[in-house]
Design a protein around this ligand. Structure first.
Ligand code: FES
Length: 621
């Protein structure tokens, strides 16, 4: 490969980066800090990373699969299949970008006694004299009243002790983490004690700044997980981490720097200094957990799907590179199994289902779907590859839930009405819009029970004219429904729901529903035995329950039994930040929640195939 350096300018923002000739456009966007929509992580199989090379020479291989010959001639290529050979100007269209999405930061609030792991104690120690020649540390231990020798002290903290004591006339604030002194501050700083709880989602990261004295939430900040540019799902990330040189370092640096940005933003919002943040608690799925701790996740994706760690970890912040007080701690919540992680532990903890007498079913439909069912007697969990379609991936006009996404579709009163996020002109279809569109077309008779979308000449007579005229036999996609005509969309192209989208949705909802059926079977219960269905996470919180039942994503149980519990994973991370007792409970949940690995479950394929059908009719409104 040539050593030549190429100047690459991305339009319309005009961002320029310099990369060696031979770099892919996809890699160059990463250098420029532009996140493009790349659900397959640059493997060339999703077709979502289309860009237009306006100037310059390049070499592409593999774009033909998704791009017509005439568009290829005009310079449209897949970013991940195209190598830059000279200075270039490249335009990234709206449809290929990953926008900041609607991020859910609210979770259920749980009342608990504030008893954090980190405590501050203000003490005044006796000054040394010829008559009292106790060492500095002996004086501190004696003043704390916890015995002598008292809590252990790392040597780098001890080194700072003489100066801290003498500069503040022997008045000092001791920071204790369980049985360890992790900080010594001059004078009385006992009212400044903060912590940050972070929910590290595969797609989004949300941080909460908490006052560890009062338990009050002081600020919230969130970002799209920057690892998203290496693939939407955990499998793509594991592949990147294990097959790319420095892949694990790369993914780890991105998530740590994302956390640091969030922490900096939280501190600014609340007007506090980061040095007074002494603890961070994190929750995430098992893969996110491994990547955050820079632990090789390879075996999670290989039979028999075993992670390096399951238990919680308690690490010094400086070892991970998290920018809080340098002696502060980072606590990662324990996991349950290979693909059910600390975020599910957090959902169970926050929802209280581990203490409930009644049977409950909680599901977090993220990029992966995590399911847990049971009560205080027994809890069983599993994970399904549910998310990509509901996050807009592998959907013809799919996009994430950000401005311009159609999030609601209603076919009624002689027309097709849509709502878009931010009331912007429509750009594409996000998960809730996808569910609505399919549910509405099922009701209108355009889609059959087995998921066939009828072509115009196959439509049943019952389909009204105003619906019929939007059904087309598209030259590329076959049977398709025009949700938004070209002249009404922001991209100038019609926003379609295609037969392929219906099939993708069937795969995603079928996997979720099969997980639900297998958990029920394992517990030996029926739909009627389930007291509540708890929907956690960003997507779950925005879906329309009735429509989700029509497409068979949610079970046909009375809608009032289906409850939204918001960002319960974030709520769980806050609970373990604020309370030592909650940490013990989280460990108990991790050790006692059973895990079913669907990949090796003999019933799964059969149940999955049955679950792909759409329900005939609902019995519970
Ligand atoms: S095809 Fe390029 S990122 Fe998927």
């Amino acid at each position: 490969m040539s050593e030549k350096t190429c100047r690459v300018t991305f339009e319309p923002e005009g961002k320029t980066v310099y990369v060696p000739a031979g770099t892919t456009v996809y890699e160059a966007t990463g250098e420029a800090g532009i996140i493009i929509n790349s659900p397959c992580g640059g493997a060339g199989v999703c077709g979502n990373c289309k860009v237009a090379v306006m100037k310059g020479t390049y070499e592409q291989k593999g774009s033909e699969r998704f791009i017509t010959d005439s568009d290829l001639e005009q310079g449209t290529v897949l970013a991940c299949r195209t190598r830059i050979l000279s200075d270039c100007v490249i335009e990234i269209p709206l449809t290929s970008r990953l926008f900041e999405q609607k991020i859910l930061t609210d979770g259920i609030e749980v009342q608990l006694k504030v008893s954090p792991n980190v405590q501050k104690v203000f003490i005044t120690v006796d000054k040394p004299t010829l008559e009292d020649q106790r060492s500095d540390l002996d004086r501190v231990w004696d003043a704390l009243g916890l015995g002598n020798p008292g809590p252990r002290v790392p040597v780098d903290v001890v080194r700072r002790l003489p100066e801290k004591l003498r500069k503040a006339d022997y008045s000092t604030t001791i920071v204790l983490n369980m049985d360890e002194i992790i900080g010594i501050e001059r004078g009385d700083q006992s009212d400044k004690l903060y912590g940050v709880a972070v929910d590290i989602g595969t797609t989004t990261v949300v941080g909460y700044l908490m006052d560890l004295k009062t338990g009050k939430q002081l600020a919230v900040s969130s970002q799209t997980n920057p690892q998203t540019s290496f693939g939407d799902d955990v499998i793509s990330r594991i592949q990147y981490a294990t097959t790319t040189k420095d892949g694990l370092d790369d993914l780890n640096e991105r998530i740590v720097s994302c956390l640091n940005d969030i922490i900096a933003n939280l501190a600014i919002q609340a007007g506090i200094e980061k040095k007074y943040i002494y603890e961070v608690t994190t929750t995430g799925n098992t893969t996110m957990n491994h990547l955050f701790l820079k632990i090789d996740p390879q075996n999670l994706s290989l039979h028999p799907y075993v992670g390096v760690i399951r238990s919680n970890m308690d690490t010094r912040s400086s070892l991970i590179g998290v920018n809080i007080n340098r002696y502060g701690k980072v606590y990662t919540m324990p996991n349950i199994g290979g693909f059910v992680g600390g975020d599910t532990v957090a959902v169970i903890l926050a929802s209280g289902m581990h203490k409930s007498e009644e049977l409950k079913f909680a599901l977090d439909i993220g990029t992966n779907g995590e399911l847990v069912m049971g009560n205080r007697e027994r809890l069983i969990s599993c994970s399904t590859a549910a998310g990509p379609a509901f996050e807009g991936a592998r959907i013809t006009c799919g996009m994430r839930a950000s401005d311009g996404a159609i999030e609601k579709v209603l076919i009624a009163d002689g027309g097709v009405q849509v709502n878009t996020i931010g009331n912007a002109k429509a750009i594409g279809l996000c998960g809730t819009g996808l569910i609505d569109a399919i549910a509405e077309l099922r009701k209108a008779g355009v889609i059959s029970k087995n998921g066939k979308m009828y072509k115009p000449d196959e439509l049943p007579d019952s389909v009204p004219d105003y619906v019929r005229k939007r059904v087309v036999d598209h030259e590329k996609w076959g049977a398709s429904f025009i949700i938004t005509p070209a002249d009404e969309s922001k991209t100038g192209e019609a926003i379609l729901l295609t037969q392929k989208d219906v099939r993708e949705t069937q795969l995603a909802k079928g996997a979720m529903y099969a997980g639900y059926e297998l958990l029920k079977k394992e517990l030996g219960i029926a739909d009627d035995d389930i007291h509540e269905v708890l929907l956690a996470g960003a997507f779950g919180n925005y879906i329309r329950r009735h429509q989700a039942k029509i497409i068979g994503l949610l079970p046909d149980i009375p809608t009032e039994k289906i409850k939204f519990i918001g960002n319960a994973a974030g709520a769980g991370a806050k609970m373990v930040l604020l309370s030592k007792e909650m940490r013990d409970e989280a460990c108990h949940i991790s050790q006692n929640t059973e895990y079913i690995e669907l990949a090796v479950n003999t019933d799964f394929q059969r149940v999955f195939a049955d679950s792909m059908f759409f329900p005939e009719a609902l019995t519970n409104g």
